[in-house]
Design a binder for this molecule. Structure first.
Ligand code: C2O
Ligand code: CU
Length: 490
């Protein structure tokens, strides 16, 4: 990214943090410039861990000092100011979660990416009334990977997520545990929930803004992590409403993808840019072993010049689709290098796992899902139908292996997500499926005039009553009706 631009963005963020308007002179003492053009930095917050087989979560109104000046009103699980505890689950365990709604509005809590009975899924029909506790239980069937939980209350998902309600789930298993990978939580294994939010003049989060002006990493603006001079593992989630993040390092060094949404990939995949749309997770390894102690490098979003159709590519800085971060390059996390840790990782693993994906010859049914709308400016829909809790859009037979083709002939891109299954993307009409999408996925970006096909096996859990959801993970689109539901039936 051009230094000038980086500085410009940092400067804008500084104005935000300092609560200053453009045109007011900066107080020189506040500027501590770093190699990445950064001004003020705040330590990255690492959410506490919860482990075992019983998890108690309580969603509460909370507050966080996000910017200088007024404290920001937020939502958080278990008293967190923004973004909740990380749940550590072991594959094969039977877990129970007790989720209490301490808000003054209804909510739900969904376990994004987890394979479980629809009744336990926390979709829009599993409403937790104010003051109530919902106690789903399920066997952890997924492979080791990074999942997350978040509210899925129809029409208020965007609001509740914008205010900070959500958290990570790390699934662990014996295969992943046997690999030489960074796994000291918060030290060389870092949860990183990335999303921008718009703060008002008195620092309150807009619950309707499509794009935020202030980038937050785990709820922290101008975040900086202090990480050891070794390989570090970043478990990244895009928790934006609508913005994609085209991630790369400030010095353009290569990093390696080791895991997609639902599990490890075969071997580390080298990349310089990783495009993530809302809801997607990737785990990457970044080699810091050649960095000088005390030096600073940054994880950046190279969003300048993204084609129209990608969330956040719009050039406007104000208005409904405007933001100070639109079509710009900006830092998402500064990394300050500290000395290596005893159990750190100094080399890249050559092999990670063997995945057996469902293939075309096994497909027992195909279906096409079209992203539609009812004319310019109307909300997006699937197949001409806005989400209704009383309508089952798709019926899937238990045990079926299905190929779903999602088509998008409308003006804008989306982030397609399906519950229950992890799938394999088998084709993109716009070109080859990128190397880093060769893994278990539950969410993907789809551009205007693109068709994406994936194959999934729908096994283990059937119900004639409780559906699973598929939807756009751009929270405003989902709340606006770009969501459908499917039953998996005997
Ligand atoms: Cu992240 Cu339907 O969910
Ligand atoms: Cu969408």
């Amino acid at each position: 990214m051009s230094e000038e631009n980086q500085f410009e963005i940092s400067r804008r963020n500084l104005f935000k943090v300092a609560g200053l308007g453009a045109g007011i002179a900066l107080i020189p003492e506040m500027l501590q410039t770093s190699p990445t053009g950064a001004a003020v930095t705040n330590a990255l917050w690492i959410p506490p861990k919860l482990s075992g087989s019983n998890f108690n979560l309580k969603l509460l109104k909370s507050t966080k000092q996000i910017a200088q000046g007024s404290v920001t009103k937020t939502y958080g699980y278990n008293g967190a100011g923004f973004w909740g505890p990380t749940l550590i689950m072991k594959k094969g365990d039977n877990v129970t979660l007790n989720v209490t709604n301490g808000l003054s509005e209804e909510t739900t809590t969904h376990w994004h990416g987890m394979h479980l009975p629809a009744k336990m899924d926390g979709g829009p029909m599993q409403v937790i009334s104010v003051g109530d506790t919902w106690s789903p239980h399920f066997k952890v069937m997924n492979n080791a990977a990074t999942f997350w939980y978040h509210p899925h209350m129809h029409k208020t998902t965007q609001k509740q997520l914008a205010l900070g309600a959500g958290g990570f789930i790390f699934v662990q298993d014996s295969k992943e545990a046997a690999l030489a990978l960074p796994r000291t939580y918060g030290v060389d294994d870092i949860p990183l929930a990335l999303g921008s939010r718009t703060l008002s003049a008195v620092n309150q989060i807009s619950t309707t803004a499509i794009y935020g002006d202030t980038m937050l990493a785990n709820g922290v603006a101008n975040a900086q992590a202090t990480l050891p001079a070794q390989y570090v593992r970043l478990r990244i989630l895009n928790m934006e409403s609508e913005r994609v993040l085209n991630l790369g390092m400030s010095d353009n060094r290569t990093f390696h993808v080791i895991s997609t949404d639902g599990g490890l990939v075969r071997k580390p995949i080298p990349l310089k840019r990783l495009l993530m749309s809302p809801g997607e997770r990737y785990e990457i390894l970044v080699n810091l072993s050649n960095d000088k102690i005390g030096s600073v490098v940054a994880l950046c979003a190279y969003n300048r010049g993204l084609a129209f159709g990608y969330g956040g590519s719009e050039p406007a800085t104000t208005g409904d689709f405007g933001s100070l971060l639109n079509n710009a390059n900006f830092d998402v996390l500064k990394i300050k290098i500290t000395k290596p840790i005893a159990k750190g990782i100094s080399s890249l693993p050559t092999k990670l796992t063997t995945n057996i994906f469902p293939v075309a010859s096994q497909v027992t049914n195909t279906r096409t899902i079209a992203i539609t709308d009812n004319g310019p400016g109307t909300p997006f829909t699937f197949d001409g139908k806005s989400y209704s809790m009383d309508y089952i859009n798709q019926h899937v037979k238990l045990g079926a292996t299905e190929a779903w083709t999602v088509t998008n002939d409308r003006v804008f891109g989306h982030s397609f997500h399906i519950h229950d299954v992890q799938f394999k993307i088998t084709s993109r009409s716009t070109g080859a499926v990128p190397a880093h999408e060769n893994g278990w996925k539950d969410t993907f970006s789809i551009l205007p005039n693109e068709k994406v096909t994936f194959i999934a096996k729908f096994d283990d859990y059937a119900s004639s009553k409780w559906p699973f959801m598929y939807h756009c993970h751009m929270a405003n689109h989902e709340d606006g009706g770009l969501m459908g539901q499917f039953l998996v039936e005997q």
